[in-house]
Design a protein around this ligand. Structure first.
Ligand code: MN
Length: 468
């Protein structure tokens, strides 16, 4: 079922050619609206045809105030003088797609006459509108193409998901348990600027606050959660009571963190192995279960990646997208490989195998052996996305990657793994990544395109470098 959110289709025209022409414009626009709605992830609604400045302004004001209206798709069916659009576009606070298309996909050579030309003017009408958005420096998306072509529809669908994620970004709240790992630079940043630019609210949460929620979890809740875990994953704990206790403890942490986040309206969180308060284990399986539920995550207090992870989970519908770290390298393989992972917290949305629940000692953090999900990552085309704060401005960096999963197992490193190779190769890719200041923590995705990140960075008015 489609979401109750929708996009508004604004059709531009003018009164010059009379009522008959406008009726045809409206009729054709209705046909396009219902066709596109049937093919796209969100509904499109049509307003009255816009022929003057007052209607444009009033329409935009209504859209701005309607929480269900995600964004605007504008198409100039006929020539719509752009002075009519200046104030309306200045007032618009939602993402704008300029859709440059035409009712017919061809020129009707045998029948074309001036009557046809009075109705079908998008070839020049869309350029008039394009000039104005360029002049106003709106940074809107432009998609050119025939409205029934599958490529065009795919481009609109990709844009819609970005527009929706952009709006949702301003609702993201990050709970940072124990703040940031000492002396690390890249995980730092200007939280006020992040809230101004991206809408992210980041709160430090002391472990003593979380401990109250840990104490409140009941045995019954833990055992219900244990049954669900056994249904979803393979338990590999050899009937060992100590290992089972470790799994149950991670479930307790999962329920406690989830309860804290939900009650306090957070949709992303960070942990820090240097500050675990009285917790008996570093949250591992607990984090992975929260990632499965759609919460954004950043390790070592990495709040920028936690918020970005949540944002990109909205964009990708939580498909094959998660927090990642460059773990270790293989220079020997053809063009080189990066093993991506983290201590425990690798996102199960990236798995291509049924994850196993395992318990192994962790030589960092000075706590009990934690349970975690172990699995192989996915195969296919993807990207790594980094967001860095340079003091004066934020910057998005991505590189195009190829992901792999059929590699030798690592029996003495019992963690989930995702292998990848920069499209440029390991050496050139790493070189450019480092030259651009890209972080060791990223969000890796096999379901988000670089074009979507470009659209997103334009909406946020943040610099973007694509390494490809
Ligand atoms: Mn890390």
């Amino acid at each position: 079922m489609k979401s109750n959110k929708y996009f508004v289709f604004l059709i531009g025209s003018q009164l010059l050619y009379g009522k008959q022409v406008l009726n045809t414009v409206e009729y054709q626009s209705k046909e396009m609206t219902s066709y596109l709605t049937s093919k796209l992830p969100f509904c499109i609604t049509l307003t009255s045809i816009i022929t003057d400045s007052e209607t444009a302004i009033n329409t935009i004001k209504k859209i701005n105030n309607d929480d269900r209206a995600v964004g605007v798709i504008a198409w100039m069916h006929t020539f719509s003088p752009s002075k009519n659009w200046i104030r309306a576009l200045q007032l618009l606070q939602k993402p704008l797609l300029h859709f440059s298309t035409q009712y017919l996909d061809h020129i009707p050579y045998n029948s074309i006459d001036f009557n046809y030309m009075n109705i079908n003017q998008s070839a020049h009408g869309d350029k008039e509108f394009g000039f104005l958005t360029y002049r106003l420096n709106i940074k809107n998306k432009i998609i050119c193409g025939y409205w029934k072509d599958s490529q065009t529809i795919k481009a609109i669908a990709d844009w819609m998901k970005v527009a929706n994620a952009y709006n949702e970004s301003f609702n993201i709240k990050v709970a940072s348990f124990g703040s940031i790992m000492k002396r690390v630079a890249v995980t730092e940043g200007d939280k006020i600027e992040a809230q101004i630019k991206f809408g992210w609210l980041v709160d430090y949460i002391s472990l003593s606050e979380l401990e109250k929620y840990v104490d409140a979890v009941t045995e019954k809740e833990i055992f219900e959660s244990y049954s669900a875990l056994k249904q979803r994953y393979t338990l590999n704990i050899d009937n060992d009571h100590i290992k089972k206790d470790s799994v149950l403890y991670q479930l307790k942490l999962y329920l406690a963190i989830k309860s804290f986040l939900t009650k306090n309206h957070y949709s992303a969180f960070t942990t820090n192995f240097e500050d675990l308060g009285s917790l008996k284990q570093l949250p591992g399986l607990a984090v992975q279960l929260l990632e499965y539920d759609g919460f954004g995550f950043g390790a070592e207090g990495d709040w920028k990646n936690a918020a970005l992870d949540r944002l990109l989970k909205i964009l990708s519908n939580n498909q094959k997208t998660g927090f990642m770290e460059d773990y270790t390298l293989d220079y020997r393989k053809k063009s080189g490989l990066i093993l991506g992972s983290h201590m425990l917290e690798v996102d199960p949305s990236l798995s291509s195998t049924k994850p196993t629940v395992e318990v192994h000692k962790l030589s960092i953090g000075n706590r009990n052996a934690p349970a975690r999900l172990v699995f192989s990552g996915s195969k296919g085309t993807g990207i790594c996305i980094s967001l860095i704060d340079l003091g004066t401005h934020f910057k998005f960096i991505t590189y195009d990657i190829e992901c792999f999963n059929n590699l030798p197992s690592t029996p003495h490193l019992p963690i989930a793994t995702q292998y990848w190779q920069p499209k440029l190769g390991l050496i050139k890719g790493s070189q450019q990544w480092i030259e651009n200041g890209g972080s060791h923590h990223t969000i890796l995705s096999l379901s988000i395109s670089p074009e979507q990140i470009e659209t997103l960075s334009k909406l946020f008015k943040v610099n973007y470098i694509r390494i490809k």
